[in-house]
Design a protein around this ligand. Sequence first.
Ligand code: GDP
Ligand code: CA
Length: 327
Amino acid sequence: MRITALAGGVGGARFLRGLLRHLEARTDGPHSLTVIGNTGDDITLFGLRVCPDLDTLVYTLGGGVHEAQGWGRADETHTVQGELKAYGASPQWFGLGDRDFGTHIVRSQWLAQGQTLSQVTARLAQRWGLPEQGVTVLPMTDTPVETHVVLEEDGEQRAVHFQEWWVRLQAAVPAQRFVVAGLDQASAAPGVLDALRTADVILLPPSNPVVSIGIILGVPGVRDALRGTAAPVVGVSPLVGGAPVRGHADACLSAIGVESSASGVAGLYADFLDGWLVDDADAESMRAAAASKSPTVRSMPLLMRDIDHAARIAGGALDLALDLRDA
Ligand code: GDP
Ligand code: CA
C-alpha cells in the first residue's frame, strides 16, 4: 500500500511515527510512506538554513527527537548558542542545540553547493534510516518560501516571519493574515504531485490546518491533485474538545475567520476530504454541523499520549480510508 501524507512538525511527526508502528503490525504489507513536509516555517539564522518541520519529521521518524519537547535532538547541549549570545548575536529567541546545528550546517553547505532542498532532505533522511523503513520525506517545494504574519499594532501593520510570531511573540499578538512569500512562484518539489496522484491512501495528520497543512495546500498543483486523486483522503482533527492539543492553532484559525472546531477545520478541506476522524469529545458538534457535502466522520480518543496511542489513531484513520476505498 502506498500512503502519502501532508505534514507539519510535531503533530504530524508523532502521528506518522504511530502510523509506522501500526503498519509493522499489519499483515497486508509491504507498505511505503511518502511525507510531503511544510517548508513555510523555514528560516535563515546565523547564515544557516533551518527547516523546522522537515527536521522534526526526520528526527522523530528516525528516533533522534527530543521526546518531551517534540522537536530538536535528544541529549542536546547548547554550547554554540551560549557562544553566539556572548557575542551579542541575534536572534536569541530561537532555540538551536549543538547537535541540531550540525544538521543546519550540513544542509546549508549542500544547498550552497547547488543541491536542491529535496536532494539535501533525502541525504539527511538517509542518515536516520528512513529509506529502510520505506519512508520518503519530500519538501513541498524546492523554492525557498517563508510564511509571514501580518500584525497590527497601534494602527500600523507590519509583517514578521512566522517563527518570530510563533516563538518570540507566542502568537499573543493577533494575526491579521498570513502571507507566504514566494509561494505563488513556487512549484511542487519533484515527486510531490505524483505521490498524491498515485497513492492508495492519502492521510492528513493532526497538523496545524492553517500554517502547516494550509501552506502545503497553497503550493501550485497540490490542491488540484488532491481533488483529482482516486485515493481516499482522510484527515485527523488537530483539536480535542474544540481546542488545539498544543500550539496556537486557534489563533491561526481565528486569523482566517474560521471557528476553532472540528467542523471548522474540516470545512477548510471540504473540496477533497472523504473521511474525517475527530475526537470523541467533538463527535456531537460534528454531527450537528453536518452539511450536504460532508466527509464520512468517525470518532475515537485523539490524544497521542505515547507511540501506542498514536498507532491506534493512525490505525483508525487508515481503516476509515480503506473502508471508503472499498465502499
Ligand atoms: P508544528 O509544525 O510543530 O506546529 O506541528 P504540526 O503542524 O504538525 O502540528 C500541530 C498541531 O498538532 C496542533 O494544532 C495540535 O493541536 C496538534 N496535536 C498535537 N498533539 C496532538 C494530539 O495528541 N492529538 C491531536 N489530535 N492533535 C495533536
Ligand atoms: Ca511547523
